[in-house]
Design a protein around this ligand. Structure first.
Ligand SMILES: [Zn+2]
Length: 427
């Protein structure tokens, strides 16, 4: 355990990091593509869920909970059955009921949210309505292609659906884009550019061309309002990249091999409202069709965790790290004081742990190998004067500081999801 060979090196593969750091596991009897989140991995996921919830709440979203199952008829109505049946798990027949009554695991959360909107009459004055849920959806991936966290059979997605009037689309798209960019910035994940995906001259785009033109313009205005230049980003218009059901704004990343991926999207949808007859009472007592916007910020828990592990080589930033500070007493005589310090940190909501067994050198190596955010050493001198030797491995900072100050600095940084502000000069 103490030899350098056992320390994880810069591998940049989330599957190895996940195994070495005890973040997630898999077992053939559970099934491939169905990762088990171990306690340390669950800390990361809980933090990501908390970030997603905080952003959704600040954006005026309300929380909803919907079942992972629905009748086949629901997905026939939404169009998923016709388009994605091959990627869905086979329907479950409970008795000799009609095919439409069979239950399926959902391939997307949108139809359930559409039915929440449709659950009562809506007035133009109560719009927009923003429904947020961090919910699982399912893909019948073949066992040969599933891999780590990036190809899985259950995807846990931070998912919001906004229902609004056409005149509210620009504001809603702006807020969604701003929040998606904010989330990626907090996570420390790069965005390369924003793509405005529009229709081309071809057929196959559902709905009124005038509505499409207005929606494209609304998204263009939203991208301008967000001031992408302040993020070092520009918007690139891409005719032909729109989905058949509406134009969208995509956050794009390009990897070292030139492979491009969409990591968050603000997607307008004119089709689901039509299929589900999602309407509101307009100002002139006429029923009008609502606009649906699919938006995400943090993304899927699986994809973002894999990206973060590879981005940070397993050593997560303070707010995400399963062990924010490990406290290492030099000798047994300072165990009690060290434990007291750990208790103080834990009482303040920090993830601190006492690591007392074995030689100090081995414990320091273990803290580094575990990718703890930081570790702190307490010897007789520190015990006597109330200080601690801090080593912030993530930031490359070392210093001797009062224990009270260390608790304050870590608690402030954690609350702000930022790096700790250690006093200068560093030792
Ligand atoms: Zn959706």
């Amino acid at each position: 355990m103490n030899s350098p060979e056992n320390e994880p090196h810069s591998r940049h593969d989330h599957r190895e990091l996940g195994r070495d750091l005890d973040l997630f596991a898999g077992d053939p009897i559970v099934g491939s593509g169905l990762p088990l989140w171990l306690p340390a991995g669950s800390v990361i996921r809980d933090e990501l869920e908390r970030l997603a919830r905080d952003i959704a709440r600040a954006d005026g979203c309300v929380s909803v909970h919907t079942p992972v199952l629905g009748k086949r008829a629901l997905f026939e109505k939404s169009g998923h059955w016709a388009k994605f049946a091959d990627d869905m798990f086979p329907p479950m027949a409970l008795s000799d009921e009609l095919p439409g009554d069979q239950l399926v695991l959902r391939p997307a959360n949108c139809p359930h949210h559409a039915m929440i909107y449709a659950s009562r009459q809506r007035s133009y004055r109560e719009l927009p309505i923003r429904l947020n849920e961090l919910a699982p959806m399912f893909r019948a991936e073949r066992s040969g292609v599933v891999s780590g966290l990036t190809r899985v059979r259950q995807i846990n997605l931070d998912d919001t659906h906004v229902f609004c009037r056409p005149d509210q689309v620009a504001d809603e798209a702006e807020s969604a884009l701003r929040s998606a960019l904010y989330a990626q910035r907090v996570l420390g994940l790069a965005v390369d550019y924003v793509r405005l995906s529009l229709p081309d001259d071809g057929p196959g785009y559902l709905g009124d061309p005038a509505v499409w033109a207005d929606a494209g313009e609304a998204l263009r205005r939203a991208a301008v309002a967000v001031d992408l230049a302040s993020y070092g980003l520009e918007v690139v218009e891409a005719p032909g990249e729109a989905a058949f059901y509406g134009p969208k704004l995509d956050l794009q990343v390009i990897d070292g091999n030139g492979h491009e991926e969409t990591i968050a999207t603000v997607q307008l949808d004119f089709v689901q409202p039509q299929r589900f007859n999602l309407v509101y009472d307009g100002p002139h007592d006429r029923k009008e069709q609502v606009v649906m916007i699919h938006r995400g910020t943090v993304g899927s828990m699986e994809r973002v965790t894999a990206a973060l592990l590879e981005r940070y080589d397993g050593r997560m930033p303070l707010w995400l790290n399963p062990i924010q500070l490990s406290v290492l007493p030099v000798s047994e005589s300072v165990d009690a004081i060290s434990r007291e310090f750990v208790d103080t940190l834990v009482a303040r909501g920090l993830r601190a742990q006492l690591d007392a067994a074995g030689s100090l050198g081995a414990r320091i190596r273990n803290a580094r190998a575990r990718r703890d955010y930081a570790f702190a050493v307490i010897g007789d001198a520190e015990a006597a004067d109330g200080s601690v030797q801090v080593n912030d491995v993530f930031a490359g900072y070392r210093g001797s500081l009062p224990r009270e100050d260390v608790a304050d600095i870590l608690a402030d940084a954690y609350a702000a999801r930022s790096a700790p502000t250690w006093p200068k000069p560093a030792e």
